[in-house]
Design a protein around this ligand. Structure first.
Ligand code: FES
Ligand code: FES
Length: 163
């Protein structure tokens, strides 16, 4: 049965009418038109549907939208500020990390969560943080380079006193 789900996404509260067990991924894409997270497997196996729940990268295909109401949800669509890409998004563009692009949502959301928690990750830590996201095109080297570039830029901005 449909119910009203009160959910905060990308800093804005929404009241959405949906079935309580509707996956968060469907709620975001079909009800809120936030198409950053992608449908890949629907079984927590590919990572293309990643969102941030209170800052942690989580697959939105297996979490009911009603259960996500207790979290601050951030999607790929919410990372840019005032039309400016986030440091991580820009690094992925600069490093031309995408081939088909289907995994980019999961990679960028996972990298964003990693760098918020661990600003100077080792290569092994980057690989570990991204290992829930499948890239079928094999652009892993460019993806890792992008995460390292974003880390360098964020650490440089911090030491220069920028927000
Ligand atoms: S669609 Fe969610 S993990 Fe694959
Ligand atoms: S760029 Fe195609 S799946 Fe990763």
């Amino acid at each position: 049965m449909a119910e009203i789900i009160d959910i905060k996404v990308n800093g804005e509260r929404h009241r959405v009418e949906a079935e309580a067990d509707m996956p968060l991924l469907y709620l975001l894409r079909n009800k809120l038109e936030l198409n950053g997270p992608k449908y890949g497997c629907g079984m927590e196996q590919c990572g293309s549907c990643m969102v941030l729940l209170n800052g942690k990268a989580m697959p939105s295909c297996v979490i009911p939208g009603s259960a996500a109401a207790v979290y601050e949800v951030v999607t790929l669509d919410g990372l840019a500020r005032d039309g400016k890409l986030s440091v991580v998004q820009k690094a992925f563009v600069d490093e031309q990390s995408a081939q088909c692009g289907y995994c980019m949502n999961g990679m960028i959301m996972s990298a964003t969560a990693l760098l918020a928690e661990n600003p100077k990750p080792s290569d092994a830590e980057i690989r570990q943080a991204l290992n829930r996201v499948l890239c079928r095109c094999g652009t892993h080297t460019r993806i890792i380079n992008a995460v390292k570039k974003a880390a360098t830029e964020m650490n440089g901005a911090k030491s220069a006193g920028k927000p």
